[in-house]
Ligand binder design. Structure first.
Ligand code: GDP
Ligand code: MG
Length: 439
């Protein structure tokens, strides 16, 4: 999948300074193939690639990053943007009830999603009414009634002898009389889009003037889902899309192209047959799911928001030259504390959990104050040159900071470990010296 492809290409991208055109070209070849494989519309892929290229080439590579990480970050942001950027909320009528019309092909998941949506609304203290307008499919009404009972929402139906428009008219009146603030209209579907179906949906639309027209599409159908969305949108003015069956073996293509092709935001994602498997759609979460790099992405985010780039660069230079001092140690601990536990952080990085000696290197929050006291009891000469710390100096520091010699020894050992680990870390992240862009 996309994740594997990206992992392998990004791990090859090393080097410092700026992201090169070669780095980007190599990464984009893989991204392009992976997106096409995921059944994303080819026009969407083309535009996406050119956008990422434009943003990535020439980007500064922060000192603790690789060009690969910089590109992942841009791919992730653009992917999020492609799927609508931010989460698109359900519309609300200025005067209740808010009317939601569900549409879609047969088997897409309209009826199931109607029930799930009612459940979500009930959870936030609303009073939804489900309306059974599929009078064609045998047992469709019963299916909705069962779902309604399951979630605890009333179901309005008039059997299969009355037209869907008539049912809708009566349901709206019922909702007014019973103070239902949401009305969810479950409509019929066909295996393919046809005139009669569209005509019926248009009539319901005209009468109900829905605040939301949600097209329910099966994510498993990939590119077809997008085509269906496009044709429905031409006829019905959709306000949003619900992607169902994201729990299956979907390649994610529909999620990526639907917004780009139709302009309709994806508002909900359904990930299972269970009644509580409907969630508001979050483009950023979907992007990291598609990339399969949730951990890496959250690491990049953390690093970006917490580490001052210049300080990090300075620190790295010092570590390379083995100039890492106790002052830097204190500084580093403070930075790490802002990000969360060091071991957890390193666990998230591919390959880092294999670095030797990392396990014993835990930054204990409660110990930090003690560590600070010890370091502050050192002379500035000692802080700059830890090799000076012989036994008598350690004894003095222990007494001065109110700790035992064992504590001081432990800290110095920890410092040495850290210095060693930092060296490994920095060579891992930058690759062999002088071989920028090594392939
Ligand atoms: P409708 O014809 O559009 O009303 O579709 P239904 O709501 O009757 O759903 C068709 C089938 O898809 C049913 O068997 C549902 O249980 C199943 N289904 C609906 N949504 C999901 C989903 O998110 N995941 C999975 N795995 N199955 C779903
Ligand atoms: Mg149905």
């Amino acid at each position: 999948g996309l994740a594997n492809r990206l992992q392998s290409v990004f791990s090859k991208l090393r080097g410092k300074g700026k992201v090169s055109e070669d780095d980007v070209a190599e990464a984009m070849r893989e991204v392009r193939l992976a997106l096409l494989e995921a059944d994303v519309n080819f026009k969407v892929v083309k535009e996406f690639i050119s956008k990422v290229k434009e943003k990535a080439v020439g980007q500064e590579v922060m000192s603790s990053f690789t060009p690969g990480m910089v590109i992942i970050d841009i791919v992730n942001k653009e992917l999020t943007e492609l799927m609508g950027g931010t989460q698109s909320k359900l519309a609300k009528a200025s005067k209740p009830p808010t009317v939601i019309m569900m549409a879609g092909l047969q088997g897409a998941g309209k009826t199931t999603t109607s029930g799930k949506l009612a459940k979500l609304l009930l959870k936030s203290n609303h009073k939804p009414l489900l309306v059974a307008c599929d009078i064609y499919r045998p047992a469709a009404i019963k299916q909705l009634q069962v779902l309604g009972e399951q979630v605890g929402a009333p179901v309005f139906s008039m059997g299969d002898g009355v037209s869907p428009v008539e049912i809708t008219r009566n349901a709206l009146q019922y909702a007014k009389d019973n103070h239902n603030d949401y009305v969810i209209i479950d409509t019929a579907g066909r295996l393919h889009i046809d005139e009669a179906l569209m005509e019926e949906l248009k009539q319901i639309h005209e009468l109900a003037k829905p605040d939301e027209v949600l097209l329910v599409v099966d994510a498993m159908t990939g590119q077809d889902a997008v085509n269906v969305a496009e044709s429905f949108h031409k006829q019905l003015e959709l306000t949003g899309v619900v992607l169902t069956k994201l729990d299956g073996d979907t390649r994610g293509g529909a999620a990526i192209s639907v917004k780009a092709v139709t302009g309709c935001p994806i508002k909900f994602a359904a990930m299972g047959e269970k009644i509580d498997s409907l969630e508001p759609f979050h483009p950023n979460r979907m992007a990291s799911r598609i990339l399969g790099m949730g951990d890496m992405l959250s690491l990049i985010e953390k690093a970006q928001s917490n580490i001052d780039a210049e300080k990090a660069a300075d620190l790295e230079r010092k570590m390379r030259n083995a100039e890492f001092t106790f002052d830097d140690f204190l500084e580093q601990m403070a930075q790490v504390r802002k990000m969360g536990p060091l071991d957890q952080l390193l666990d998230m990085m591919p390959g880092m959990n294999k670095v030797k000696g990392l396990k014993d290197l835990k930054v204990d929050e409660r110990q930090l104050a003690r560590v600070e006291a010890i370091v502050r009891s050192m002379t500035s000469e000692e802080k700059q040159n830890p090799d000076l710390l012989n036994h008598s100096r350690r004894k003095r520091i222990a007494a001065g900071s109110g700790n035992s010699i064992a504590d001081v020894n432990r800290l110095i050992k920890q410092f040495d470990d850290m210095r060693r680990m930092m060296k490994q870390f920095s060579s891992m992240m930058s690759g062999p010296k002088g071989k920028k862009g090594m392939k």
